[in-house]
Design a protein around this ligand. Structure first.
Ligand SMILES: [Zn+2]
Length: 168
């Protein structure tokens, strides 16, 4: 398995001098390290997970966002037992987003399985860039935690996300 830290560090849970330096420099985060160690523990018993490439991880409140390749996410979504296993090891709800995805693909993955109708970027008068997503259906029925998704978008990709629903 590939991750932001060396395979040996991910197995032992202890960072080598080089990875430790990256952590202190802010190139990688404590969330990246913890997710790499946890996923590696699962990879020891799963050939599928052993092929994964973890690009980044971010913990938002009590949930994890893992940034993986599209093929990795497909193998999780087609294997409910594996998905359950990962959430059990992380002891948290886990969201998956694609490392190769466009901004639209990234936003869609945060709302999955809800359907995203459109994703548009625009600039506010103060020059800040904002991304607006319109979600199919109404907010009430889908139980989507909009604020949490906004914090995930900010934590993983530094996106300021505005969310609207098709129906009020
Ligand atoms: Zn290392």
């Amino acid at each position: 398995m590939k991750s932001p830290i060396c395979p040996f560090d991910a197995k032992s849970g202890v960072l080598c001098a080089r990875c430790d330096e990256k952590l202190h420099a802010g190139t990688i985060t404590q969330d990246d390290v913890e997710a790499a160690v946890t996923l590696t523990r699962i990879a020891n018993k799963s050939q599928d997970v052993d092929k994964f490439t973890l690009a980044k991880a971010a913990r938002v409140d009590d949930e994890y966002v893992l940034v993986l390749r599209r093929s990795d996410i497909m193998s999780i979504r087609s294997n409910p037992a594996l998905a359950a296993r990962i959430e059990k090891e992380f002891r948290q709800k886990v969201h998956y987003t694609e490392s190769e995805a466009s901004e639209r693909g990234f936003v869609e993955s945060l709302f999955y399985p809800a359907r995203v109708l459109s994703v548009n970027q625009f600039y506010l008068p103060d020059g800040n860039k904002v991304t607006k997503a319109v979600i199919a259906g109404s907010k009430g029925k889908q139980k989507i935690d909009v604020e949490k998704i906004q914090r995930m978008a900010s934590a993983v990709k530094n996106i300021e996300l505005l969310v609207e629903f098709e129906q009020k």
